[in-house]
Design a protein. Structure first.
Lengths: 708, 376, 299
């Protein structure tokens, strides 16, 4: 109605009245909105890069005394860590910590990775459906257990239980066991090898060889790597604890990767008459290879950055090339233990160690990226006219050469028979399924024990006052006290972290997305931002804490909830970006193009097409990041400090659940305080679990609503 | 006055969690402390009563927080090293640290061998922790423990992985009693360069206690409260020191040309073993007056005290304060520090024994009170 | 057989050289009659009261059909009538979907593929399948894709034999000339039509008795479609083929027999309405609904 009035009033149609040129121009407001949107997105991405750069810079700046005193090479190869020797200045070297970090991570990965793949396969393919969900659920819960709990549990439960075993190993030493390990690893390689690309297989083979040499003591003749005495702290033990800790994370990721294998790929193999194992071998694993590599890199990064648990079970003795059954120390562990108390040169050396650790994780991330890129490359070529891949061709040729068995005429054995497949195929599938079942049992056992322990011990102290009262002062009289102040503290800390990380993270992922859509150099910039985010993702949380300590606590001369929240935000940010980025990528290009073709400006496309489509994924990602942050202990130790009382002041020290657990298990330990800590653990796990559940539920609701 | 107001505020606030949230502001106003874990139980208990918050992170951590000015008051068992003192001066307007002793406590030496409670003395401990004695059946140990069969096993030495005032106190003691230890390991330190061959490190006192429990044939040093909490009470070694004691001996004396055997009392130097307890700890602080300007001497006098019945490894622990809060740029902290010290030297002294600590000796308390009042 | 004209290969090239059937095959009846136009005398596969379910949802009801040897049977019907479900039930791919189940029998050379002791793996080797969307293993090379079937069967092949098999099978699928220079390239690099023919080659590499094709051309352009149709015509001489298609003309062009399925009302299972020679169904449908569907009045 109004329109026809207008048309009558103007007398000429607006299209004719307005000059063409101005019709092709957008109104200022719309252009401004686009500029604001792109600026915001760009600014948050820039902030991310600036943050990483600042972290590197601000930490690097602190390290100059180290290089002046010891020299770069001298520090990296220094085998001693003596803070106050009887004569002369401190003698500080990084080698023991580099060695300790690599040794524990290697042991952990060697244990955790096969188990993770096994459990992930079991929960996507092999287990009966109801069991799948149960096992996956338990794994998800355990991914939420904060590391301080693992560490404490390891000290009081695992050490007494595992040490006799380690002693047995030490006694029935060693060459034998080393040989066994090598054989096992080689066997794994032989069975998995054909699935890997040649380069990867070579790398793995090389690693196995090096491990074999180390294990047999060839690299350092004087000390066998599996020699006694077995002490309460050891690389082996730390590696095992680490494996238990990263198992839930790597399993969860690999499971998600397997879940993305398209059904038609699985059906292609099944329809060809593949057994379940063969289907896994030929369609799932090749498809997921890059994802598994990514998960491993993430797990490895996590293992290398692990602090508290390792500081507790490794013995904190800086050894180089000592026995794996003896004590050692890791970079992250020593940073966590000594940062809060180090002065001058020692702090500089710890910071230098943080940089070394950072560079190590960066290299691993870079390697993983290259491996993933190679795989992504092959699938991306699907669309373009494929240039011949010399690698694959070589692989095909090599395969051909390898087959030397005499060949019968091309006959399908028992053709037409519907009887079960026989012989070697059946055996292989059977063996594989048995191994996978074993992986589930072995992997789940310690986790299930831990969970039972938490619930059994934790429920003892639960009561209404447990949630409202402040923490006890006397560890021998905890009755009537509670975790109220820590609950409030954790809520505030994670709230600050979300408020910082979520908007920045989502904007950054939009920025990457826009840049990727542009192609050319902006795309490369987008890739670079993605790499920075990945580096942050692999960055040990202790480094985030250290940065927040140096940048805020020292400057403001005040431990504060804000500094703690910022440290947690640094931990959360890359997780949010990654999650948002992944789902934004999944928004079909057509939807976006449809909006753009309608003449929608960029910001509107982002706001009303991209974001709503990606929302469930973003919410899930944010919640998971939040869950991760809620369990962090190490970065809070020297940022938010802790508080005996209720506090809501952002600029005062504040309590937190992980800190409280740390206090009542590590700072003081009595039977009562330990029970109290179990209770706090149970609440923390429940809290994190609740977040996880909410994330999943929200995602499902939004998706469900959309489908319906 | 302020104290009582705060206490009553808190008492009423304790009724409900919601009200406590409101009280949080006032609680935060009473200051934040951090540092020494040795007296942490006592300090958190005191803080509970006056509304401050104490976080135990180790003496070295306390000193760093003190230098960085990130807390209102810091606790330390250790005397700041000269580096730390110059660092403090550089960062905090040229101030120097003041030391306020708060309580006396004991560092215990639990062992884990098949022989149960052992007797050890300073020389032997010095050798064990510097690597001069590596086997439990070393004659220098067995000589002190006649009637006990000690295993022919390597000694595992459990020490701290973090910087610690307990380490400082223990090495301060070993320095005084063992020349070999002083030569090999050096002066008292929060992070000693132990030279024993087989070392495992534990985080904090409970970590060392756990280490002792987990490794057979081990030895370590832990504060009394944590040793008791870890169930190591019956493993705590009795530590020997030489005391001038009056002993009765039979003596041949010539009495009017005749030699008779007579019982007489004489002063003799004797190796006396004692276990840590509030009584034996208190016995170490017997000087009439203490010079608080020389805290290192206070610590040195307390260990291996000549006083009768004193436990040899007795230490005190300090609250650190700036010589001038204003110059240090921490004027906001002076009230909180004073409030804490006032409570510590008043009502606080009365309830330390339940945490296995002893109150300050009278001479020390008097000096400390005067000094606290003069804080500026 | 009214559509003879369109069934003649467009051009006769080396592509259509057909691999000889292996001598040791133990299906003499089929082998002996290789090349005969199937008119229902020899029936390698048949269904007997086959019903399919997803959970409690009844999708296909009581379908009994015979698939004559060396002929192409088309399954047609409106969307949702269960024809895709039906074809997936023919080699036990239906049960791969969570909650899916069947009742009734599917006989292959007289043996029920659903009987106890029948291994789905063995069933699927004997009854190959090609899917709606081409699904080659994208990261494997073209040659490796062809060889993946024999690999599952653990056939021991010398290098020469492998090359032979790859060439023979790819020729059989009419793909050889296009890819012979890049057998080592990843299969992901092929065009959609090429990928689909590669999938057919992959299915053929294990010499199945029956080949099931679930709308094999629906994702392809007309040219690729016509190549696949030519290929089906070639394969027909040595295989029993079942094809699901939406395309009426395609059904008329490629098939010898046609089965029409439909659902009467929303929520009811799909039922077989009419089954017969393709020319009969298309020229003189007996059932009014068949007629309506074919003439495009519904569906």
């Amino acid at each position: 109605m109004a329109r026809s009035d207008g048309a009558a009033g103007v007398a000429t149609p607006p299209g004719v009245a307005t000059p063409l040129r101005s019709r092709l121009r957008r109104p200022f407001g719309s252009r401004l909105a686009d500029t604001v949107y792109l600026t915001l997105a760009g600014a948050s991405a820039a902030a991310a890069i600036a943050l990483v750069a600042y972290l590197i810079f601000s930490t690097a700046r602190e390290t100059s005394p180290v290089w002046e005193t010891f020299g770069v090479w001298g520090f990296l190869t220094g085998r001693e860590w003596v803070i106050s020797p009887p004569t002369g200045g401190p003698r500080l070297g990084a080698l023991p910590f580099i060695y300790g970090t690599l040794a524990t991570s290697a042991i952990a990965m060697a244990i955790a990775l096969p188990l993770s793949v096994g459990i992930a396969l079991a929960t996507t393919v092999f287990l009966p459906r109801p069991l799948r969900r149960a096992v996956a659920g338990v794994i998800d819960v355990l991914a939420a257990v904060p590391s301080v709990v693992f560490g404490f549990w390891a000290v009081v439960v695992l050490v007494p239980w595992a040490n006799p075993g380690l002693e047995w190993i030490a006694e029935h030493n060693l060459r034998f066991l080393a040989f066994l390990t090598a054989v096992l690893l080689l066997a794994t390689l032989l069975s998995v090898g054909p699935l890997l690309r040649p380069l990867l297989a070579l790398t793995v083979a090389g690693l196995v060889l090096v491990m074999f040499l180390i294990l047999t003591g060839a690299l350092h003749a004087p000390v066998g790597l599996l020699e006694g005495p077995v002490l309460s702290g050891s690389y082996m033990l730390a590696g095992i604890v680490l494996a238990v800790m990263i198992l839930p994370i790597t399993t969860a990721i690999i499971r998600e990767v397997f879940a993305t294998v398209p059904t038609d790929q699985q059906e292609a193999a099944l329809a060809l008459g593949a057994t379940r194992w063969e289907m896994v071998q030929h369609s799932m694993i090749p498809w997921s290879r890059s994802g598994i590599v990514g998960a491993s890199a993430l797990g490895l990064g996590r293992a290398m950055g692990e602090t508290i648990a390792l500081a507790l079970v490794l013995g904190s003795v800086p050894n180089v090339f000592g026995s794996l059954l003896g004590p050692g120390a890791t970079a992250a562990g020593v940073i966590a233990l000594q940062t809060g108390e180090a002065g001058q040169l020692q702090l500089a050396a710890l910071t230098a160690l943080a940089i070394v650790l950072f560079v190590m994780t960066m290299i691993i991330n870079g390697l993983a990226r290259i491996l993933v890129r190679r795989n992504a490359g092959t699938s991306r070529r699907r669309r373009s006219a494929a240039p011949t891949d010399p690698d694959a061709e070589a692989a095909a040729r090599a395969d051909g050469a390898a087959e030397t068995a005499p060949a019968p005429a091309l006959v399908r054995e028992g053709a037409g028979s519907l009887a079960p497949v026989a012989g070697i195929r059946r055996l292989r599938s059977g063996v594989s399924e048995t191994l996978i079942a074993a992986a589930v049992l072995i992997g789940m056992l310690p986790l299930a024990v831990l969970l039972v322990e938490v619930v059994r011990n934790g429920t003892r102290v639960l009561g209404a006052s447990f949630f409202t009262e402040v923490q006890p002062t006397d560890p021998n009289a905890v009755a009537g006290f509670g975790i109220g102040n820590a609950l409030v503290g954790t809520a505030i800390l994670t709230g600050v972290a979300v408020a910082i990380a979520a908007p920045l993270g989502i904007l950054t992922s939009l920025c990457i997305n826009e840049l990727n859509g542009m192609g050319g150099w902006p795309r490369r910039v987008g890739d670079a931002i993605g790499y920075f985010v990945d580096v942050m993702l692999g960055m040990p949380s202790i480094v985030a804490g250290l940065a927040a300590y140096l940048a805020i606590v020292i400057r403001a001369q005040q431990f504060s909830a804000f500094a703690g929240g910022l440290a947690l935000a640094i931990v959360m940010f890359p997780i949010v970006v990654r999650a948002a980025d992944e789902v934004l990528r999944l928004v079909p290009g057509q939807q976006r193009e449809a909006a753009l073709a309608l003449g929608a400006p960029r910001w509107r496309t982002a706001w009303s097409v991209m974001l709503p489509a990606a929302l469930p994924g973003i919410i899930t990602g944010t919640m998971l990041a939040l869950a991760r942050a809620a369990g962090e202990t190490a970065p809070l130790l020297f940022t938010s400090l802790g508080n005996q009382f209720y506090s809501t002041d952002l600029f005062e020290p504040i309590a937190a659940l992980p800190l409280l657990i740390f206090k009542f298990t590590i700072d003081v330990r009595t039977d009562q305080s330990v029970d109290f800590a179990w209770g706090a653990t149970l609440v923390l796990i429940a809290f994190i679990l609740l977040l996880n559940l909410m994330a999943r539920l929200t995602a499902r609701l939004i998706q469900g609503g959309r489908r319906g | 006055m302020v104290d009582s107001v705060k206490r009553s505020t808190l008492a009423s606030a304790a009724l409900t969690g919601a009200v406590m949230m409101v009280a949080a502001a006032s609680a935060a106003g009473a200051g934040t402390g951090s540092g020494a874990s040795f007296p942490a139980l006592v300090y958190t208990d005191w803080c509970q009563n006056i509304g401050c918050s104490y976080t135990s992170k180790g003496s070295s951590g306390g000193i760093q927080d003190f230098i960085a000015g990130t807390v209102d008051f810091a606790g330390s068992d250790a005397i700041m090293s000269s580096d730390q003192v110059s660092d403090l001066a550089a960062k905090r307007g040229g101030v120097s640290p003041l030391y306020f002793p708060t309580v006396l406590g004991a560092i215990t030496v639990p062992t884990n061998t098949s022989a149960g409670r052992l007797r050890l003395d300073g020389k032997v401990l010095g050798e064990i922790f510097s690597g001069g004695i590596t086997k439990w059946n070393d004659s220098r140990i067995t000589r002190l423990n006649r009637g006990k069969s000690l295993p022919n096993a390597d000694i595992t030495v459990c020490v701290r992985s973090d910087g610690s005032g307990t380490s400082y106190g223990f090495t301060n003691y070993l320095n005084k009693v063992s020349l070999n230890f002083r030569k090999k390991v050096g002066a008292a330190s929060q992070t000693p360069a132990w030279t024993a061959p087989r070392i495992v490190r534990g985080a904090k006192n409970p970590g060392v206690a756990q280490c002792i429990k987990d490794n057979s044939n081990s030895i370590g040093y832990v504060d009394l409260g944590d040793a008791q909490n870890a169930g190591l009470a019956s493993n705590i070694a009795a530590i020997g020191k030489y005391e001038r004691r009056t002993v009765r001996i039979k003596k041949r004396v010539k009495v009017r040309g005749k030699v008779v055997v007579k019982r007489v009392r004489v002063k003799r130097t004797k190796l006396v073993f004692s276990l840590p307890s509030v009584k034996t700890i208190s016995a170490a602080g017997t000087l009439r007056s203490y010079n608080l300007s020389n805290p290192a001497k206070i610590q040195r006098d307390l260990v291996n005290s000549t006083a009768t019945g004193a436990y040899p490894i007795t230490i005190t622990t300090f609250v650190l304060a700036y010589s001038s809060f204003a110059k240090a740029g921490k004027s906001g902290s002076i009230a909180d520090t004073k409030a804490f010290l006032n409570y510590a030297y008043g009502a606080g002294q009365r309830n330390v024994t339940k945490f296995a600590f002893a109150p300050l000796p009278k001479g020390m308390l008097a000096a400390a009170k005067t000094r606290a009042a003069a804080l500026k | 057989m009214t559509t003879d004209g369109s069934k003649t290969p467009v051009r006769v090239t080396e592509d259509v050289v057909v691999a000889p059937r292996p001598v040791a095959s133990n299906e003499p009846a089929v082998a002996d009659e290789a090349g005969a136009a199937g008119d229902g005398r020899d029936v390698p596969m048949s269904t007997h009261g086959l019903s399919c379910y997803f959970g409690s949802h009844h999708v296909v009801e009581e379908v009994s059909l015979e698939f004559p040897a060396n002929s192409v049977t088309a399954l047609i019907g409106p969307s949702g009538c269960g024809k895709s479900t039906l074809i997936r039930a023919l080699n036990r791919m239906h049960e791969v979907v969570p909650g899916a189940s069947t009742t009734g029998e599917v006989r292959l050379h007289g043996a029920d593929i659903y009987e106890r002791g029948a291994d789905p793996v063995a069933v699927r080797q004997a009854i190959g399948m090609v899917f709606q969307r081409p699904n080659p293993f994208p990261t494997k090379s073209i040659a490796e894709n062809v060889l993946s079937g024999p690999r599952f069967l653990r056939m021991k092949l010398r290098r020469g034999e492998r090359d032979d098999l790859v060439e023979r099978t790819l020729r059989g699928a009419g793909l050889w000339n296009e890819v012979k220079d890049r057998l080592g390239a990843p299969a992901g690099g092929l065009s959609g039509g090429q990928q689909q023919r590669l999938c057919i080659a992959r299915a053929l590499s294990v010499e199945p008795d029956v080949l099931l094709m679930d709308e094999p051309c629906s994702a392809l352009d007309p040219q690729s479609t016509s190549r696949i149709e030519d290929l089906i015509a070639e394969l027909r001489s040595r295989l029993t083929i079942v094809i699901v298609t939406h395309n009426m003309q395609q059904a008329a062009r490629v098939s010898d027999h046609t089965a029409f399925l439909t659902i009467e009302n929303e929520g009811e299972p799909g039922r077989l309405v009419e089954f017969g020679a393709t020319n009969a169904i298309f020229s003189a449908p007996k059932n009014s609904r068949t007629e309506a569907y074919i003439s495009g009045r519904f569906g």
